[in-house]
Design a protein around this ligand. Structure first.
Ligand code: PMP
Length: 414
């Protein structure tokens, strides 16, 4: 069987004949055959305000009038400088430097290099990275090594790093996670704890409370380790606050952001770090230089889009929309409480999820594809994650649209 040239290598995991999108607007993707698909997962969690927010698109158009990609070494430019200043101003306290890249995976890869490099440069032998069971941090070899997604990682074993794994802090079992971190910390050599704050995204939208995050941060810090917050998915309001760390009173040493950073219009990522980590890499000794420079680092058009995203956050009632969406999700997900077809109905900020109680719902199981087609036939873009059915719509979604989605969940479960 031949495949079209554009087909992703994860061919078997996508629909055999996907619709062609000719226009994107707000919560909808419009197909070449005239259908409108409600994008209930914000196109892999990026389009926070909906597709093509007018202000962000205008900023992109304006930037292209005078700038295109340019080397971000030897020269600099206003959108990158302005964005960095503004990011540091709104990020958790202590983050004082911004490193630009192009994807969430690279933002995390950079964070790991920064953490390990900071210790190596100080002559301190700390090489262990602690991560949560079921975590997802990206698809590069480095980020896969700290993530733990069986079907994603299996072919590439043994992967990299000395990784110590914490059990997921499931409800009622939080103490076991904290105890394990204490134990790992006592053994010494921990460079960093990396976490997806409050919600493990690709790991099935598993949620844990801010108090656990606070404790994880405290234990790691007391052991002299750095805390890396992977806010690639949780940032930009997804969990109810601008960054999820805020809810735990956690000021990470390194924070990774992407996805909603530009409101989803164009790719951009940033790794924010403390002055201490930055300074650990400042040396005339070349072996201590932080050698990571991607060609497209600080793309001016993407930076201009991100600056516009920050303006949207400042000037529009984004926080009120997020609070309303969170309340609307909580109200609706409650209908699955006690329903034997579903398990663990849960909400964190704007994200809602429920687990399907059906046989063979593991990652990439047949049922996932069947369900995707089921939703697509009803004009809904929903992609189950293993056994989790979840909704992460853009903040512009309406109550009526949510009703359509929840009714479809119910119908899908039969
Ligand atoms: N970290 C987390 C928590 C993510 O959810 C993702 C993407 N789903 C990534 C990293 C990787 O981001 P990207 O796909 O942009 O490389």
């Amino acid at each position: 069987m031949t495949s079209p040239v554009w087909r992703p290598f994860f061919q078997h995991a996508v629909e055999p004949d996907p619709p062609v999108i000719v226009r994107a607007e707000g919560a909808y993707l419009h197909t070449s055959d005239g259908r409108a698909l409600l994008d209930a997962i914000s196109s892999w969690w990026v389009t926070t305000h909906g597709h093509r927010h007018p202000r962000i698109m205008a900023a992109i158009r304006e930037a292209t009038e005078s700038l295109d990609q340019m080397i971000f070494a030897t020269v600099t430019h206003e959108p990158a400088e302005r964005l960095a200043r503004e990011l540091v101003a709104i990020a958790p306290a202590g983050l004082a430097h911004v490193f630009y890249s192009d994807s969430g995976s690279t933002a995390v890869e950079v964070a790991l290099k920064m953490a390990l490099g900071a210790f190596a440069n100080r002559g301190e032998k700390r090489t262990t990275i602690v991560a949560l069971e079921g975590a997802y941090h990206g698809d590069t070899i480095g980020t896969m090594s700290v993530g733990e997604r069986g079907v994603f990682n299996a072919a590439y074993e043994p992967l990299l790093f000395d990784v110590a794994r914490l059990p997921f802090p499931a409800l009622g079992r939080e103490q076991a996670t904290l105890d394990r971190l204490e134990q790992i910390a006592r053994a010494g050599g921990v460079a960093a704890l990396i976490v997806e704050p409050l919600v493990l995204g690709a790991g099935g939208m598993r949620m844990y409370p801010p108090s656990v995050l606070t404790e994880l941060g405290r234990i790691a810090r007391e052991a002299g380790a750095l805390v890396i917050a992977d806010e690639v998915m949780t940032g930009w309001g997804r969990t109810g606050s601008l960054f999820a760390c805020e809810q735990a009173g956690l000021s990470p040493d390194i924070l990774c952001t992407s996805k909603g950073l530009t409101g989803g219009a164009v790719p951009l990522a940033a790794t924010l770090a403390t002055a201490e980590i930055f300074e650990a890499h400042l040396s005339t000794d070349r072996s201590k230089t932080f050698f990571h420079s991607s060609s497209y680092t600080a793309n001016p058009i993407a930076c201009a889009a991100a600056v516009a995203n920050l303006e949207v956050w400042r000037d529009e009632p984004v926080r009120a929309r997020i609070a309303a969406l969170g309340a609307a999700q909580s109200k609706r997900i409650a209908r699955f409480e006690g329903d034997p077809r579903f398990a663990n109905p849960r909400v964190c900020g704007t994200i809602a999820a429920v687990d399907l109680v059906a046989p063979d719902t593991g990652y990439l199981a047949e049922i996932g594809l069947t369900l995707r087609s089921f939703f697509l036939d009803r004009g809904l873009l929903v992609r189950p994650l293993g056994e989790a059915l979840y909704l992460m719509p853009p903040y512009c979604v309406t109550e009526t649209e949510l009703d359509r989605l929840y009714d479809a969940f119910e119908e899908a479960a039969g």
